[in-house]
Design a protein around this ligand. Structure first.
Ligand SMILES: [Fe+2]
Length: 391
């Protein structure tokens, strides 16, 4: 039996546990399977997941809602296996493709207990390596050419890897479930670090369990949204007068008819105005049932797609762009505005559930997109994270 160093949160110190692979009392399925898996996967010591410096949240610049009350002072450290850190060994000199297949097996067996798994130690460092990883992840890749909600670039057209976001680097992005504003969304979401931010420079990928968030939200707020739903409105300018979130970029086409086809395929209603700007809207539920766990989960982008996100961006400040001409905005499903205090409550509660972890180059983060939200802490300097989605 493998003897692993496991952090015990209640004793506050490292203990040795005679467990094949147990973290916080959870026995991980792959460890029961074969000797090979025991040789490949090992729990990552908690201290390797903790950043040296805690990122400030309260009164943080370019962070929507941070000055308006209720935010925790700092982004919390990883806890309760969020994320579950796993070191990947390669005793038999397997290829990256073969190791990826093993990681995916491990992920499938453990995601219902641990919906965020960080694999460290894969023989991978470059964007090309991520293409190899992505090419060996089961499931159909999902393209952002269905109307993503942030500015990004495609990295590898053949396997559909992207930069995670190219929104201004100093901006903190609210946590969210990827594409939960559409009628279909990725089930799994993979992030890969090419270059981590320097110490004390931000850049964490905050994680939030949807089930925990739902349990902490004001039930009256949840009930009102469940009754009315949420309306997502997009305002995508023509690229002739907006390089940032124009409809050509968002739908990956220059053809209006093709953009319309892609938008309608995702459930949007649409209209064009006289300057060839495209307005899109659709109503969605705010919570769904997780197909595997059966849990009701808070699954939406009410805060992340609210116009207040754009209004704090350096590129928007002082321009006087009305809320209904921001790239996105959210309303109650009947079209009425969401009270600012409700947006603030959602944001503050979400950040109170969020944890951050230490990225290292070559890390692969595998998320159950229905169970876990992700975001981005604003940063300075260099940092590069890529993304790949499967449905
Ligand atoms: Fe995202």
């Amino acid at each position: 039996m493998l003897v692993s160093r496991v952090y015990h949160p209640h004793q506050g110190s490292q203990i040795f546990a005679r467990a094949a692979f147990m973290v916080h009392g959870i026995r991980f399925a792959s460890m029961n399977k074969s000797k090979t898996n025991k040789e490949i996967f090992e729990p990552l010591p908690r201290e390797e997941l903790v950043t040296k410096f805690k990122s400030k949240l309260r009164d943080r610049e370019f962070t929507p809602g941070s000055t308006q009350g209720g935010f925790p002072e700092f982004l919390a450290e990883p806890r309760d296996s969020l994320p579950l850190g796993v070191r990947v060994h390669n005793p038999n000199q397997a290829s990256l493709a073969q190791l990826t297949a093993k990681c995916m097996e491990f992920m499938e067996e453990n995601h219902s207990q641990c919906p965020a798994i960080l694999f460290r130690g894969l023989p991978a460092r470059t964007a090309n390596d991520f293409s190899t990883i992505a090419g060996n992840i089961p499931g159909k890749p999902l393209s952002y050419e269905v109307g993503g909600s942030t500015y990004r670039k495609q990295v590898d057209k053949s396997v559909k890897t992207y930069t995670a976001s190219d929104d201004p680097l100093e901006v903190t992005m609210d946590t969210h479930n990827e594409m939960s504003y559409l009628n279909t969304w990725p089930k799994k979401l993979f992030f890969y670090s090419v270059k981590e931010a320097d110490d004390n420079c931000g850049g964490e990928t905050p994680l939030v369990k949807n089930s925990e968030l739902l349990s902490k939200l004001d039930p009256e707020v949840v009930a009102k949204f469940e009754e009315k739903g949420v309306r997502y409105v997009r305002y995508l300018r023509d690229k002739s007068h907006d390089e940032y979130m124009n409809w050509q970029h968002m739908f990956g086409t220059e053809d209006k008819k093709e953009a319309e086809r892609r938008a309608k395929g995702k459930g949007y209603h649409l209209s064009w105005n006289e300057t060839q700007d495209l307005r899109l809207w659709q109503n969605r539920p705010v919570s769904i049932q997780h197909p595997q766990t059966g849990n009701k989960i808070w699954f939406n982008q009410i805060a992340a797609m609210h116009s207040s996100y754009y209004q704090i961006m350096p590129t928007f400040i002082g321009k006087g762009i009305p809320d209904d001409e921001c790239p996105s905005n959210t309303y109650y499903g009947d079209g009425s505005p969401i009270e600012p205090e409700v947006i603030q409550h959602i944001r503050a509660t979400t950040w109170s559930c969020a944890v951050g972890f230490q990225w290292r180059a070559g890390d692969l983060l595998a998320l159950d997109n229905l169970a876990v939200q992700h975001g981005r802490i604003g940063y300075s300097g260099e940092r590069k994270v890529l993304a790949y989605l499967t449905c």
